[in-house]
Design a protein around this ligand. Structure first.
Ligand SMILES: [Zn+2]
Length: 201
């Protein structure tokens, strides 16, 4: 893409300059700018691993990597909305105030930041984290960070330049991580018994 490919629009999405057409996803971009005055750059892409999670209906919401907890909190999954329609922006609306990166079901990812560079780096982080989450899933074991550790990371956010994510969710995620972990380990250990009782019946 060259500078000449850029299209300049106003806040109503009307084209002011450029030889190409306005993106069909302009509604999503304008909604984010309207809802988040702190945002000045948005990246929308379909990176293969993160989009794989979006296509599988799995949010990237496990606190598996400290860097991601600091930078993004967690990456929720918005329900599917037809691209290029107001439906798509509507699915994102409830998540935009609290998150800086969102998986879009069966579609892709959107990230946003104080400038374009930071939005781009968040997109890189989402794809990187998706690969790590996939590897830990393939290894058959995930070891999420615990509540107290997550709280320390959230406090540490203030020390890092450029980390302005409001995402309050990691601690919240962590509050039910213990429950999820318990239910996961229970379901694993109980599985053979469940199969045995099924075979016996
Ligand atoms: Zn798209």
């Amino acid at each position: 893409m060259k500078p000449a490919d850029l299209v300049i629009v106003d806040m109503a999405g009307r084209k002011l300059e450029g030889r190409r057409e306005v993106t069909s996803e302009i509604g999503m971009h304008l909604l984010i700018y309207r809802m988040r005055p702190d945002i000045h750059g948005i990246v929308h892409a379909h990176p293969r691993t993160a989009t794989g999670f979006a296509a599988a209906g799995i949010a990237l919401d496990q606190p598996l990597v400290c860097e991601v907890v600091i930078g993004l909190g967690q990456i929720p999954l918005a329900p599917y909305g037809t691209p290029g329609t107001p439906e798509l922006a509507a699915t994102l609306e409830p998540l935009i105030p609290d998150f800086d990166a969102i998986l879009m079901a069966n579609h892709g990812v959107v990230t946003y930041g104080a400038d374009l560079q930071s939005a781009y780096m968040k997109m890189e982080t989402v794809e990187h984290f998706a690969q790590i989450a996939l590897v830990s899933h393939l290894l058959g074991r995930q070891q999420p960070l615990e509540g107290a550790e997550i709280e320390k990371l959230v406090v540490a956010r203030n020390k890092y330049q450029g980390v302005k994510s409001a995402a309050p969710m990691p601690v919240y995620a962590c509050a039910d991580t213990d429950t999820r972990r318990r239910s996961k380990s229970q379901s694993k250990s109980e599985l053979p018994n469940a199969i045995v009782s099924l075979l016996r019946s």
